[in-house]
Design a protein around this ligand. Structure first.
Ligand SMILES: [Zn+2]
Length: 201
């Protein structure tokens, strides 16, 4: 399903979701495979939707900073669908009182033509790989982090027809970049931070 952009959602002063738009529902369907209707989401704590502890803690810090400074945080991040590499832009801004509004727009989409990627089946078993939830990169044998196709090549998964088990985490580059936005409000508001580029970005 194609999402309509932008995706928007808001939280109250205690971080509970007060509003999500229709695009949010399509977006959640795209990425998790399940169906989330606005009714099932509104009233719930935003943090319940984030599983990785580091990611949760950094989002909390960003939201706290937005409230305290009344300056937005803007950054680009990767959020891929099975047949699509996608670069999205996030804006976190303060609303009335201590409410906070999140707006996600699509910057760039790239259809995935790689046979290796489409041959990978994610499963409960198979080679375990940590994927960064912000840039979608995975660790390579060299110690660098790269696109998932590179790791699949290294592991020979494409040829063996094996499956991959992904655990969500955060790479050191994204951690440093997000910490940089939290530490320096000017950097956070500038919109110059991109976590995992796509194409020429
Ligand atoms: Zn990363």
């Amino acid at each position: 399903m194609e999402s309509a952009w932008p995706v928007t959602y808001s939280i109250d002063s205690s971080d509970h979701l007060t509003q999500v738009n229709e695009a949010f529902t399509a977006f959640a369907d795209d990425n998790e495979g399940g169906t989330l209707s606005p009714d099932q989401v509104v009233g719930r704590l935003l943090w319940d939707f984030l599983t990785d502890e580091t990611t949760k803690s950094l989002y909390r810090d960003m939201v706290q900073r937005v409230r305290r400074r009344s300056m937005p945080v803007r950054f680009k991040f990767r959020c891929d669908a099975p047949d699509l590499k996608r670069l999205l832009a996030m804006e976190i801004d303060r609303g009335e009182g201590d409410t906070v509004q999140f707006t996600i727009t699509s910057v760039l989409e790239e259809r995935v033509l790689s046979a290796a990627r489409s041959a990978i089946r994610m499963s409960e078993s198979g080679a375990l790989l940590t994927i960064c939830g912000w840039c979608k990169r995975v660790p390579l044998a060299s110690g660098e982090w790269g696109e998932i196709e590179e790791a699949v090549d290294e592991l020979g998964l494409f040829h063996s027809g094996s499956t991959l088990q992904l655990s969500h985490g955060m790479c050191p580059m994204c951690y440093d970049a997000v910490m940089g936005m939290i530490d320096d409000p000017e950097v956070g508001a500038s919109g110059t931070v991109t976590l995992g580029g796509l194409g020429a970005t």
